[in-house]
Design a binder for this molecule. Structure first.
Ligand code: CDP
Ligand code: CDP
Length: 240
C-alpha cells in the first residue's frame, strides 16, 4: 500500500497529539508534533528574555536553533510524553508543556519569518511520507498536497477541561477558568493572525470529538486513511 501524508489540524486541546500519536501507531507511520517546535523555540526565547515582539531577533534565534523530535522511550510514554523534544540537544519535553510556554509559542508563531524556518524543517522531517503531522497549518501550508486532511475540533469547554486535567495531574495550580481563558486567547490569536491562520482546509474532513474518546477518534481516522490508501493503490494500478 502507498504511504500517505496525513495532516491533522485543530485548536488547542482538540486531541491532536493524542489522536495523531495513536493513528501513527496503528498505521506504523511516523508521528510529528509541529506545535512542539514552536513551543521549544518559545522556551529558548523566554530563557534568553528575548522580547516576543522583536521579530528580527526571533527570526535569528529560529535560524540558530536546532529542534529535534524523537519518539518517547516506553518509560517516557508511560509518563504521558507523546514526543520527546530536544532543544539544541537538551531534552525539554516537560518544560514545553506549561501554559506560559504555550502563550509565548503562539505569539512567536505570528511572525512570518519564524514560521518560514520551522515550516522548512517540518517539510524536511515529513518528506518521505508515511507520516502523521499535527498542528495548525499542516493541511493548508506545510503539506497542502497531503492525501488525507483532518480538522479535529471539540467544544471550547471540553478542550479547556482536558487541558486543565493535564495541569492538575502535573500538580500545577491553575483554575479551570484560567485554563479556559488561556485556551480561548490562544485560539483567537491563532485564528486571527495574518500568516497561516488556523483554518479548516477546503478539503479537510471535520472530525468533532467533543463526545468521543481518543481510541474511537483514532480508529475513525485510520478507516479514512485506509480508504485513501486503497484509492491511491487502485489509481496507481490503473496507470501502470
Ligand atoms: O494536541 P492537542 O492540544 O490538540 O490535544 P491533546 O494534547 O492530544 O489532548 C489534550 C488532553 O485531552 C489529553 O490529556 C488527552 O488525553 C485528552 N483527550 C481526551 O480526553 N479525549 C479526546 N478525544 C482527545 C483528547
Ligand atoms: O497542544 P496545543 O494544541 O495546545 O498547542 P500546540 O500544538 O503545542 O501549539 C502551540 C502553539 O504553536 C499554538 O497555539 C500555535 O500558535 C503554534 N503553532 C502554529 O502556529 N502552527 C503549528 N503548525 C503548530 C503550532
Amino acid at each position: 500500500m502507498p504511504k500517505l501524508t496525513i495532516a491533522i489540524d485543530g485548536p488547542a486541546g482538540s486531541g491532536k497529539s493524542s489522536v495523531s500519536r495513536r493513528v501513527a501507531a496503528l498505521l506504523r507511520y511516523l508521528y510529528l508534533d509541529s506545535g512542539a517546535m514552536y513551543r521549544a523555540l518559545a522556551v529558548k526565547a523566554l530563557r534568553r528574555e528575548v522580547a516576543l515582539e522583536n521579530e528580527p531577533h526571533l527570526e535569528a534565534l529560529a535560524r540558530d536553533t536546532h529542534i529535534e523530535l524523537k519518539p518517547p522511550t516506553p518509560e517516557q510514554e508511560a509518563a504521558g510524553a507523546k514526543n520527546c523534544v530536544f532543544l539544541d540537544g537538551v531534552d525539554v519535553t516537560q518544560e514545553i508543556r506549561s501554559a506560559e510556554v504555550a502563550q509565548a509559542a503562539s505569539r512567536l508563531a505570528t511572525i512570518a519569518k519564524v514560521r518560514q524556518v520551522l515550516v522548512a524543517e517540518q517539510q524536511r522531517a515529513g518528506a518521505g511520507g508515511g507520516v502523521v503531522m499535527e498542528g495548525r497549518d499542516i493541511g493548508t501550508v506545510v503539506f497542502p498536497k497531503s492525501e488525507l486532511k483532518i480538522f479535529l475540533d471539540a467544544s471550547p469547554e471540553v478542550r479547556a477541561e482536558r487541558r486543565w486535567k493535564e495541569h492538575q495531574e502535573k500538580g500545577e495550580k491553575l483554575t479551570l477558568a484560567e485554563v479556559f481563558d488561556e485556551v480561548i486567547e490562544r485560539d483567537k490569536r491563532d485564528r486571527e493572525r495574518k500568516v497561516s491562520p488556523l483554518v479548516r482546509a477546503a478539503d479537510a474532513v471535520l472530525v468533532d470529538n467533543t463526545a468521543m474518546g481518543i481510541e474511537e477518534t483514532a480508529r475513525l481516522i485510520v478507516l479514512l486513511a485506509q480508504e485513501r490508501e486503497k484509492e491511491l493503490a487502485g489509481a496507481a494500478g490503473r496507470n501502470s
